[in-house]
Design a protein around this ligand. Structure first.
Ligand code: SF4
Length: 361
């Protein structure tokens, strides 16, 4: 019976306020309830002792409290880190699964989390894109991913997450209200765990109207844009969504983002062998980026079974990098993490689905 009631953690904070005030309760009760749900992380209305028994019982008759669970995890140890890159399969209350990854680097431990189950944008290099879109995740399902990873990290390595990136499955800016609500919860300094918004990044394919909204919002998160090519035709072939958001308009939007927020944008460029790794590709990337306040994040591709792309050759990556550096751009190079654990977006969910028993005919 409990399972069929709506999950109260699926509400954004404004929705929770609306629901509680509609029950004739003051708005501050919603704030108390939110704090107990997301800071104390309680799992039963009975445990919310700050609100009276009658209201607890009333809430329990209308709503349930359900939490995501860890289903599977894969680790990849690297010589230079005691903590492995760890990829998790996370099961939501309705049995939908998504991926999240813990990525250690020199002085940070980043949680890469998903914002949607599946994705509608069908980027050709991405396993999630091949799955299609199932649904948006709620803000509670996104905060659950962070808490689950943080609990795992604390239990196994006595550390906590230092950074969060919305770079897992899905396009975060197509689920913006829930993503921003999750960020508000995760960065609430009066809650048990909190992370400054400056340490949270949203990664997008470049949904221009939403970038414009973000630039005008009060949020202080960082923005990363998956560029992958500064040649329109090439970009469209990698990311069909680029047809709707052409490069000149994207560039203009990013310049405006720089102006309004005073913050840089990260341009993510995944090097793909013989696709976007030539000196000409580097030249047009420099032209695109040169007058923006930005840094370039060059990343390697994790080869995916059944997807035709291959990682760039080391020599070509070095030449590409040299062209960017010589032109004065700020560039970071991210070597491939998690190649042995299927750490590219969507690979673990795809694999888990392939291992599910077949439906009886
Ligand atoms: S790369 Fe991101 S936006 Fe593109 S299909 Fe994959 S999940 Fe969606």
């Amino acid at each position: 019976m409990q399972q069929t009631l709506p999950n109260i953690k699926d509400f954004t904070k404004p929705e929770l306020i609306q629901a509680i005030t509609a029950m004739g309760e003051p708005a501050y009760r919603a704030a108390q309830l939110h704090q107990w749900l997301f800071s104390h992380r309680i799992r039963s209305f009975e445990d919310i002792t700050i609100i009276n028994l009658a209201l607890r019982r009333k809430l329990a008759s209308i709503y349930s409290i359900r939490t995501a669970t860890l289903d599977d995890c894969r680790r990849e140890y690297r010589d230079d880190h005691e903590i492995p890159t760890t990829k998790f399969l996370i099961r939501m209350a309705d049995d939908e699964t998504v991926e999240a990854v813990l990525i250690p680097s020199e002085n940070r431990i980043t949680a890469c989390i998903s914002s949607q189950a599946g994705c509608s944008l069908r980027c050709t290099f991405c396993a999630t894109g091949k799955m299609g879109f199932t649904r948006n995740l709620t803000s509670g399902e996104m905060t659950d991913q962070v808490w689950l990873l943080n609990d795992y990290l604390t239990a196994h390595h006595e550390k906590t997450i230092t950074n969060i990136v919305f770079m897992g499955m899905g396009e975060p800016l197509l689920n913006m209200p829930h993503v921003l609500d999750a960020i508000e919860t995760l960065s609430n300094h009066s809650y048990r765990y909190s992370i400054s918004q400056r340490k949270i990044s949203i990664s997008t394919v470049g949904i221009i109207p939403r970038i414009d909204l973000l630039a005008r919002s009060s949020h202080k998160v960082k923005l990363a844009v998956s560029l992958h090519s500064a040649i329109q035709e090439n970009r469209e072939s990698l990311m069909p969504a680029a047809r709707e958001y052409p490069l000149p308009a994207l560039r203009k939007s990013l310049a405006e983002y720089n102006r309004l927020t005073g913050q840089p944008v990260t341009l993510v460029y995944m090097l793909l062998r013989d696709i976007n790794d030539t000196p000409e590709d580097a030249r047009v990337l420099v032209k695109f980026a040169k007058s923006l306040f930005c840094k370039i994040n060059l990343i390697d591709y994790n080869a995916i079974v059944n997807i035709k792309f291959k990682p760039v050759y080391t020599g070509k990556r070095e030449l590409f990098l040299r062209s960017l550096l010589d032109s004065g751009l700020q560039v970071t190079v991210r070597k491939s993490h998690g190649a042995s654990i299927n750490a590219a977006c969507g690979q673990l969910v795809t694999e888990s689905r392939q291992h599910l028993p077949e439906e009886p005919h």
